[in-house]
Design a protein around this ligand. Structure first.
Ligand code: RB5
Length: 150
C-alpha cells in the first residue's frame, strides 16, 4: 500500500516545502500540504502539532516538516505523543533513522540544506524500512517512557 504523507513548514521552510510537494506529486505519492501557502511569517509549532497529530491518528503514515533550521519544528513535533521526528541533513541519517528509530516524521532546515540533497533525503527516508528486532525494544522503551510521563 502506498504511503500517505502529511507535509507542512513555516516561512523559513516554505520554499523547500514547495519543492518537496512537487517531488511527492512527481513520485505519485498521496500527500496533503497543510501549509502555509505563502512565505509570510507563521509559528512553526502550529504546523508541527498539526502534522504530528495527523500521523499519530493514523490518517497519514508519515509526516515531513521544514522550518529554517529544522530544530524548532522537530522539537515541537516530538511533543506530540507517538511522534518520532528525526532532524536529518544527510543521506546516511535518513536511512539509519528509518532502520533503527522507525521515525515517522522527517524534519529538515530550509536555510541549512541544498534542494537536491533535501530531495534525495526525502526519497531515501520514504523508501527505507524499519529493521525491527533489537531496535523494536528500544523504540518501545521510548513509547513506554512517553506514556508513563504524560
Ligand atoms: C524562523 O525565523 C525560524 O526561527 C524557524 O524557521 C526555525 O529555524 C526555528 O527553529
Amino acid at each position: 500500500m502506498a504511503l500517505k504523507i502529511a507535509i507542512a513548514s513555516d516561512h523559513g521552510g516554505f520554499e523547500l516545502k514547495q519543492k518537496i510537494v512537487t517531488l511527492l506529486a512527481d513520485l505519485g505519492l498521496v500527500h496533503t500540504d497543510f501549509g502555509p501557502t505563502s512565505s509570510d511569517a507563521v509559528d512553526y509549532p502550529d504546523y508541527a502539532f498539526l502534522v504530528g497529530s495527523k500521523v499519530v491518528s493514523g490518517e497519514f503514515d508519515r509526516g515531513i516538516l521544514i522550518c529554517g533550521t529544522g530544530v524548532g519544528i522537530s522539537i515541537a513535533a516530538n511533543k506530540v505523543k507517538g511522534v518520532r521526528c528525526a532532524l536529518v541533513h544527510d543521506v546516511f541519517t535518513a536511512k539509519a533513522t528509518r532502520q533503527h528509530n522507525d521515525s515517522n516524521v522527517l524534519a529538515m532546515g530550509g536555510r541549512v540544506i541544498g534542494d537536491e540533497l533535501a530531495l534525495l533525503i526525502v526519497k531515501t527516508w520514504l523508501e527505507e524500512a524499519f529493521m525491527g528486532e533489537h531496535h523494536a525494544g528500544r523504540v518501545a522503551k521510548i513509547a513506554a517512557y512517553e506514556c508513563a510521563s504524560n
